[in-house]
Ligand binder design. Structure first.
Ligand code: ZN
Length: 113
């Protein structure tokens, strides 16, 4: 297995940056960037794409095919307990301040997966 991937961005080799310039004088090219695989990017999208821009280019071009891998034809639901509103009040030297949060918890007894 190689320790790098070529960037999968379909336009990567067309971007005008000096790090992409390769070849000998008189026959220079812009080349797709090479991405070294390491402990930080292995298994993540950024081991396949040199930039967010290249990732977006790929997604825009191939989104229909990507979605076809696992199409979502119905919504999914996560069972939860009835949400609880909580009011938090703090007294400061300049006065009382309160805010409300809503606690949302998964109902493990109805959890399917
Ligand atoms: Zn790229």
């Amino acid at each position: 297995m190689s320790d790098f991937n070529w960037c999968h961005g379909p336009e990567c080799h067309k971007k005008h940056t000096v790090d992409r310039v390769r070849g000998v004088k008189g026959s220079k090219v812009l080349r797709t960037r090479k991405i070294k695989i390491n402990n930080y990017n292995q298994g993540y999208w950024y081991s396949y794409f040199c930039s967010q821009h290249c990732y977006n280019d790929f997604t825009i071009k191939y989104i229909d095919r990507v979605i076809a891998i696992a199409p979502r034809t119905e919504c999914l639901e996560t069972p939860i307990n009835d949400p609880k509103k909580e009011t938090h009040t703090h007294d400061y030297s300049w006065g009382r301040h309160s805010y409300t949060t809503t606690k949302i918890e998964v109902d493990e007894s109805r959890q399917i997966d």
